[in-house]
Write a protein that binds this ligand. Structure first.
Ligand SMILES: [Zn+2]
Length: 401
């Protein structure tokens, strides 16, 4: 049911009014070039990607009829062929970019139903793509839509518009508990690099580096699912986080693709019954396979209990997981190359705690020589660990930048 591009006159008039009356942005000597616009679905959210010659800033405002949005891009000019964008997700139609006063570009977004920004973040140039602003929208009640767009929302967000970060701990209050899960261990080496090195060693070293940095802040308590080379079943990792009422669970991994030396970069995953794409689904199968190595270990029924509870899980846990994953993706992107579509979802068993916000980080690819070198160097691990800590700080509302 793809509809063509349409521009609503009302929305355009509103855009001009807002632009003329609104505060002018600082004038840049050289306007950025808008080189691409993409619309798609990502982990159940509607994703709009704005690609430009430099890191794009933007604002989103509600349109006059209350069922649309207006994306304003200051100091930007359109420098690409007309986009062939059709409807997708929550978006019924996307207008052509229209130049306004002060060098702003305005893009009208017709929505099928009210929506709010779940997250918005920058991605650095990579793999032939330029600077990108990624905006994920999710459906909202009309009231929430109205409340979210009382004033234009400036993008990228450091935090989600309508979900307050967990309150920052005051002195004497309980410090946040972070459970760090170093993937694999013992008889399960995880992925193996071209030169024969093991994922289980990388995950442990990075988890230790993250733990050290977190503890050094004095703001967190840190628990590791393993601190040595030993095997732990996936349900036990989940159970530890739940039993200790962790505030955040992060599972750390590194992937490998046989016969593919080119693919590199970090990616971040949340749990979803239906995978965001076939590649994420295949990865979840690989990571879930770890438990098949549990020779002679008692198999209990924790998994079934967890999956039943998951159905009853509060939406807050899923939203917080999503929010953390978005922050982690943005933070990793400032430090290391990211995979294309770096934020994905699949049915990872290790992310099945219904009451603990959880995400899984794939640091990179052991099958790629550059990633392998990065992951096995102390300097590389330290940079990755710093990026993880930055995301955790932002998640808990601590601005450490
Ligand atoms: Zn793994």
């Amino acid at each position: 049911m793809a509809r063509g591009i349409s521009i609503k006159p009302l929305v355009l008039i509103l855009f001009l009014v807002v632009t003329v009356l609104g505060a002018a942005p600082p004038v840049q000597a050289e306007p950025l070039r808008l080189t691409g616009l993409q619309l798609g679905l990502n982990a159940g959210l509607t994703r709009l990607v704005v690609e430009a010659s430099g890191p794009p800033a933007a604002s989103l405002a509600a349109s006059a009829d209350g069922l649309g949005l207006l994306l304003s891009l200051p100091a930007m000019r359109w420098a690409a062929p007309a986009p062939t964008i059709t409807a997708g997700g929550l978006v019924a139609a996307l207008g052509l970019p229209v130049s306004g006063p002060d060098g702003q570009l305005g893009i009208a977004i017709d929505l099928i139903e009210p929506a709010v920004v779940e997250r918005a973040f920058h991605l650095a140039p990579q793999g032939g793509r330029g600077h990108r602003l990624v905006i994920d929208l999710r459906p909202a009640e009309p009231n929430a839509f109205a409340a979210a767009f009382v004033a234009p929302v400036h993008l990228p967000l450091d935090s989600v518009v309508d979900i307050a970060p967990p309150p920052v701990g005051t002195p004497g209050e309980r410090r946040r508990l972070i459970v760090l899960d170093a993937g694999h261990g013992g008889q399960d080496p995880g992925a193996i690099s071209a030169s024969g090195r093991y994922e289980k060693d990388i995950t442990l070293n990075v988890a230790k580096a993250v733990a050290q940095r977190l503890r050094a802040t004095g703001r967190y308590r840190v628990l590791m699912t393993r601190e040595s080379d030993r095997f732990i079943r996936l349900p036990e990792r989940v159970a530890l986080a739940r039993a200790r009422e962790a505030d955040l669970f992060l599972s750390i991994h590194a992937d490998s693709l046989s016969g593919d030396r080119a693919t590199r970069g970090a990616s971040v995953y949340t749990r979803a019954e239906a995978a965001s794409d076939t590649e994420a689904e295949a990865l979840a199968l690989r990571e879930n396979r770890a438990d098949q190595l549990a020779d002679g270990m008692p198999v209990n029924e924790v998994d079934d209990v967890v999956s039943i509870l998951l159905d009853l899980a509060s939406r807050d846990t899923a939203r917080l997981s999503s929010r953390f994953a978005g922050l982690l993706t943005a933070s990793m992107g400032e430090t290391t190359p990211l995979r294309r579509n770096a934020l994905r979802a699949a049915n990872f068993r290790v992310l099945s705690a219904p009451d603990v916000p959880s995400a899984l980080l794939e640091l990179g690819y052991l099958s790629n020589p550059a990633d392998e070198a990065l992951l096995f160097s102390e300097a590389g691990r330290d940079r990755l660990a710093a990026a993880v800590v930055g995301a955790i700080d932002r998640f808990f509302g601590v601005d450490s930048r």
